[in-house]
Design a protein around this ligand. Structure first.
Ligand SMILES: NC(=O)c1ccc[n+]([C@@H]2O[C@H](COP(=O)([O-])OP(=O)(O)OC[C@H]3O[C@@H](n4cnc5c(N)ncnc54)[C@H](OP(=O)(O)O)[C@@H]3O)[C@@H](O)[C@H]2O)c1
Length: 262
């Protein structure tokens, strides 16, 4: 990744911060984006002199465009744009409000659309580039019903990215489009979820943010369309979508006596 210019949203904590430090150690030049100034600066300090920060709310299109402008002003070009910022929810589908759904779509889907539309003209002009989105296993399998609208938003995100990939395969084949699907990761994601109960923590065995960051970095180095941070989970996704009777499959996995796998 030496000298490659990478924009990372959601870089003030968790997976984004781990990715920033890893890429900095590999010699990348970084544009770190999040809302919390102090946390972002602390990450940038750990990354060294080739990291710049832009405080921005990725749910605001104009602020995402300002990220692109700041990156181009400082580095002259961008090689990769990592859409990592995201937020969960802790509310069952039957209880969701309009505001819940809107917030999940804004922060998990529209933020990525803004990033895509901000950087694509630059990538087209250069004839290359890489747009990566951090998705979730919940975009594939309903392991955690309390994540309801978050899971739905990540499904929408994956659909958006797949359609973008097919669009660009015809018009701009040198621009790579990737989705990375983590399972549970040991970050403050659960505590930061909308409607999270105070002190909420990740339940079940979680992957470390550093390990997830390594897989994202590897995806940047060798672009692939769809990457599972726990590859052993992919056969389950194949079985789920290949099941002749999806309802029966879900009852067997999650029904009475089994409980949702988390
Ligand atoms: N942790 C998991 O179990 C897990 C599993 C699967 C997928 N993921 C995905 O991984 C990604 C990173 O999550 P994480 O686990 O690292 O969570 P996290 O620790 O809560 O970090 C979220 C990051 O996103 C930023 N962010 C949130 N809303 C933002 C906004 N409106 N504008 C700009 N930045 C915003 C936060 O920074 P500020 O608060 O400073 O803005 C923070 O840097 C997310 O897309 C998440 O959906 C996580």
């Amino acid at each position: 990744m030496r000298d490659r210019v990478v924009v990372i949203t959601g870089a003030s904590a968790g997976i984004g911060a781990a990715l920033a430090e890893l890429l900095a150690a590999e010699g990348a030049r970084l544009v770190l984006v999040a809302r919390r100034h102090d946390a972002l600066e602390a990450v940038a300090t750990r990354c060294g002199p080739h990291a710049m920060t832009v405080v921005a709310d990725v749910t605001e299109r104009a602020q995402v465009e300002a990220v692109r402008d700041a990156a181009l002003t400082r580095f002259g070009h961008v090689d990769a744009w990592v859409n990592n910022a995201g937020r969960g929810i802790d509310r069952l589908a039957s209880m969701l409000t309009d505001e819940d759904v809107d917030e999940m779509m804004r922060v998990n889907v529209k933020s990525v659309l803004y990033g895509v539309q901000a950087i694509l003209p630059h990538f087209r002009a250069r004839g290359r580039g890489h747009i990566l989105a951090v998705s979730s296993m919940l975009a594939r399998v309903p392991f955690a019903p309390q994540r309801s609208a978050y899971a739905a938003a990540k499904h929408a995100l994956v659909g958006l990215m797949a359609n973008l990939r097919v669009e660009l395969a015809a018009s701009d084949p040198e621009i790579a489009i990737s989705c990375v699907h983590p399972g549970l990761v040991d970050t403050a994601f659960a505590a930061n979820a909308l409607h999270a109960t105070p002190g909420a923590t990740t339940f079940g065995p979680a992957q470390g943010a550093d390990e997830v960051a390594r897989i994202i970095a590897d995806t940047l180095a060798r672009p692939r369309a769809d990457v599972y941070t726990r590859p052993e989970m992919q056969p389950l996704v194949v079985d789920y979508f290949g099941a002749p009777d999806l309802g029966a499959f879900e009852r067997a996995m999650f029904g009475p006596g089994h409980g949702p796998r988390r």
